[in-house]
Design a protein around this ligand. Structure first.
Ligand SMILES: Cc1ncc(COP(=O)(O)O)c(C=O)c1O
Length: 402
């Protein structure tokens, strides 16, 4: 099924402003149906969740609908979908809870490829509990993090391995199912940051082998909220800090305070939008997989054009070269600092920021310090014209004609 980018673009009023958006890895644009869902929820009766009044029922439906939608998106069990303020906040919450069971002699594994949201919470709670921290490095020559890199730090003392599904800085996609097998072979838990990956491929958390899989719907057309998927049985075994009157029932046990019902209906709308990117029949899960497969193929073709253009431009260094990666590229232009490039792009209505994007360990490991470099990330609404506009700006900058 071919991917109709014009039809997709017509769903995003913000694209009418004319910018070429390469800032999707920081947060995508929002389709009409998603923000209309927020208005619809708030413009009708709404109260706290319950079954008695229409207002309660609408809040209840927002929550159950969003759990089912995220379960369909991730191939997960709706009874194991936890909502939180953000992936960062959820990871701090889970690190606090899981670390109740850690002590001296235990080992916690993090990677230098990850966004700091899947590093610092583990560093902090490993320190607090007396557990030892172990680091996985990636190969800076090709951006790759191999299963053997993970295995080299595993032992029977490993309690948890935290690893990204895809780097938000250089796009690298580690082989999650193979790594999950090695992690489970030593009896450890596998905590996967799926924030960047979920926007670019069809996800099946069971096939991945993640014990915890975190993501953020604002990276895939939805609202600013965090989601964690885990099995209900695993969640049952954990006891987070909670208020006395709040429920012990899973997954609500992990959700602090009142849920943002208006954002939850927007989560459902975002998942429905994804399911409808390519017209077709079947269950929502089947339509999501078909749509994500088509979007991935479309983004890959655009990514080749961008990468070929960058490689053909003298004085451009490309840092994102893993054999398996998302359509997210990091590059610099000799003699042009990132901020200058970012400003030049912005003047030409091209949104491609320069930063370490909170993947600070990865940026340092690549020799880019805390400043990082220029990131061009693709989304399903990007076009060939967007790519050519960015490449023209890069060529200007490289040629010194700015
Ligand atoms: C790979 C990755 N992980 C985690 C995060 C943090 O997500 P949130 O903003 O939901 O805390 C981001 C945000 O950019 C990210 O790109």
């Amino acid at each position: 099924m071919s991917f109709d980018v014009d039809r997709i673009r017509s769903c995003f009023p913000s694209l009418d402003a004319g910018a070429a958006h390469f800032d999707g890895p920081g947060g995508t644009q929002t389709p009409r149906s998603v923000y209309e869902a927020i208005t619809a929820l708030l413009s009708g009766p709404v109260a706290n969740q319950g079954t008695m009044t229409l207002a309660e029922q609408r809040a209840e439906a927002a929550v159950t609908g969003a759990r089912q939608a995220m379960a369909d998106l991730l191939g997960a069990d709706p009874r194991g979908i936890v909502f939180g303020r953000s992936m960062t906040a959820l990871t701090f919450d889970f690190a606090r809870t899981l670390s109740q069971d850690w002590g001296p002699g235990d080992e916690i594994v993090v990677s230098r490829l990850d966004h700091d949201a899947n590093v610092r919470p583990w560093v902090r709670y490993a320190e607090k509990s007396g557990a030892t921290l172990r680091w996985i490095d990636f190969d800076i020559s090709n951006g790759y993090l191999d299963v053997t890199d993970v295995e080299s730090v595993l032992s029977d003392r490993t309690k948890l391995v935290a690893l990204t599904g895809a780097s938000n800085l250089i796009g690298t996609r580690p082989d999650l199912p193979a790594i999950a097998k090695s992690v489970h072979a030593v009896g450890a838990l596998f905590y996967v940051d799926g924030v960047h990956l979920t926007a670019h491929t069809a996800i099946d958390v069971k096939a991945i082998g993640a014990d915890f899989y975190g993501c953020s719907p604002y990276k895939f057309f939805g609202p600013h909220i965090g989601v964690m998927a885990a099995s209900p049985e695993l969640l049952e075994s954990l006891h987070p800090d909670k208020l006395l009157p709040s429920t012990e029932v899973v997954p609500m046990r992990f959700e602090l305070g009142t849920l943002p019902y208006e954002l939850l209906v927007a989560v459902t709308a975002a998942v429905d939008f994804i399911a409808g990117m390519v017209p077709g029949d079947g269950t929502r899960r089947e339509r999501i997989i078909a749509s994500m497969n088509a979007a991935e193929e479309y983004e890959d073709a655009l990514s080749h054009r961008l990468r070929d253009g960058l490689k053909a431009t003298p004085d451009v260094t490309l840092y994102s070269n893993a054999r398996s990666k998302t359509p997210t590229d990091l590059f610099s232009i000799d003699g042009v600092d990132g901020e200058t490039a970012y400003a030049y792009f912005a003047k030409h209505n091209v949104n491609a920021p320069s930063s370490s994007f909170y993947a600070i360990e990865a940026s340092r490991h690549l020799g880019l310090g805390d400043d990082g470099a220029i990131r061009a990330g693709l989304a399903p609404y990007n076009t060939v014209e967007d790519i050519d506009r960015l490449l023209a700006c890069v060529k200007d900058l490289a040629a010194g004609t700015r």
